[in-house]
Design a protein around this ligand. Structure first.
Ligand SMILES: [Ca+2]
Length: 440
């Protein structure tokens, strides 16, 4: 179904200048400002490079003010502002709770719908295929369903596509990764489906199974997992005998790389790469081939972590958040042998996906971290220097959409999915110079 693209150009600086500096003013402005048109009222804010003198982008009160950062700049980095106008194009809509986008070599996109476990192939002009047949059954309740999708590195020859999903099992469910051959055409289908990874143990939970898949530059496959949002799962997050609370690393056929950190440890699950995570949906590799993740924390405890082989990221022993009830989880924010987050958010942003931008279309974003924000209803941009966050921005906030996914397209445009029963696939490109009064 082809839909004509609607395009809106606006300047984010206008929105930022419109937002007050108190928590209530910030929140009130979000739904009120729909679009700041090119010929809108007021002038864009003066462009600012690097840290702003105006303080952090986050103006909400912390949930856990008694927890203090371990080092300067670990939270509430100074606000920064994108100088370019940004054009937002509506590529596709009518997507029911879409979760992931992945590009095929011919620039068409694979898009998943979570609850009913559907996959569509969407062309750059928005033309959508029939649902791809052959998707495995999913437990689509709540946070479950069909989540991530990635073509294999060898897709041009193998046609292999990888899927992650809540697999229905006797006595519950668990995250599974399957791969299948995509038989393309007017009625596309997956053939020869093979499950290559099963999160263990099985538990009856509709939450926190993680589910992001990312291929490393060396072709190994990282899969992020979670603590299942249950006491027994949380208690296993730092135990090597369980997949709960872990990031795992496998070969594309599901076998275990010989250089995984715990392959020789008795009782350890050999797929484990790192431990002590709560729930991770957001992951990407940087230009130096290092893995970064943004974790869904508890109330007041979302974290950016630089993930290294065999390390323990501390959940639930340390952290910066608290239970949703306000009860405490952690006695302390630091402990020997447990890794500190590079950055944390209190209040949270609810990270759905991470893309470390490397394209040429937005030169000022090069190397920046773009994070899909669900509860924060924004595309969160972080500027890093020497592995410390030195700037933060909330893009697209005036739309009021929960943002589920962010990926960089082959030409350097940025694609995002909104999380809704009428979800949209949006494309961000630089707005035309001179189209916005006062813009550079
Ligand atoms: Ca942690």
């Amino acid at each position: 179904m082809h839909r004509s693209a609607s395009t809106v150009t606006f300047v984010f600086g206008l929105l930022l200048s419109a937002c007050g500096r108190t928590p209530s003013a910030h929140n009130e402005h979000q739904p009120g400002v729909k679009v700041v048109p090119a010929e809108g009222k007021g002038e864009p804010t003066a462009p600012r490079l690097g840290p702003s003198a105006q303080g952090p982008v986050e103006t909400g009160s912390p949930n856990v003010p008694e927890f203090k950062p371990a080092f300067p700049g670990q939270t509430r980095a100074p606000a920064v502002h994108t100088q370019s106008a940004i054009q937002v194009t509506n590529v596709a809509e009518d997507l029911h709770r879409p979760w992931a986008v992945a590009f095929l070599p011919d620039r068409r996109m694979l898009v998943t719908e979570k609850h009913e476990g559907k996959v569509y192939i969407i062309a750059l002009d928005g033309k959508k295929s029939p649902p791809v047949e052959g998707v495995p059954p999913v437990d689509g309740r709540d946070q479950g369903g069909l989540l991530d999708i990635e073509p294999g590195h060898d897709f041009p020859s193998s046609k292999l596509v990888y899927l992650s999903y809540y697999e229905p099992r006797k006595d519950g469910n668990g995250l599974a990764v399957a791969r299948a051959r995509l038989a393309d055409g007017p009625k596309p289908k997956f053939e020869q489906l093979q499950v290559v990874f099963r999160m263990q143990p099985t538990l009856d939970s509709t939450k926190h199974a993680g589910g992001r898949m990312i291929f490393a530059p060396d072709g190994t496959l990282f899969v992020t997992l979670g603590d299942r949002f249950k006491d027994e799962g949380r208690a296993q997050s730092r135990e090597l005998g369980s997949h709960f609370g872990k990031i795992v690393r496998i070969l594309p056929d599901g076998s275990v790389p010989k250089d995984n950190p715990f392959v020789d440890r008795k009782g350890a699950r050999p797929e484990i790469w790192s431990l002590g995570h709560r729930n991770i949906l957001a992951a990407d590799f940087d230009q130096r081939k290092r893995l970064w993740v943004v974790e869904m924390g508890p109330q007041g405890g979302d974290e950016l972590n630089l993930v290294e082989k065999g390390k323990d990221y501390g959940w639930p022993t340390i952290g910066y958040g608290e239970e949703y009830s306000g009860e405490s989880i952690h006695k302390a924010t630091q402990a020997p042998g447990l890794e500190q987050p590079v950055y944390y958010w209190d209040p949270v942003i609810s990270p759905g996906a991470l893309t470390i931008y490397s394209g040429d279309l937005f030169p000022e974003w090069k190397g920046n971290f773009l994070i899909a924000g669900l509860s924060s209803k924004a595309l969160v941009r972080l500027v890093l220097k020497d592995d410390r966050v030195v700037g933060e921005e909330r893009l697209l906030a005036e739309r009021g959409d929960r943002i589920r996914e962010v990926v960089q397209g082959p030409e350097g445009a940025v694609y995002v999915l909104t999380d809704s029963s009428d979800g949209k696939l949006l494309k961000l490109t630089p707005g035309a110079r001179g189209s916005v009064k006062g813009a550079l």
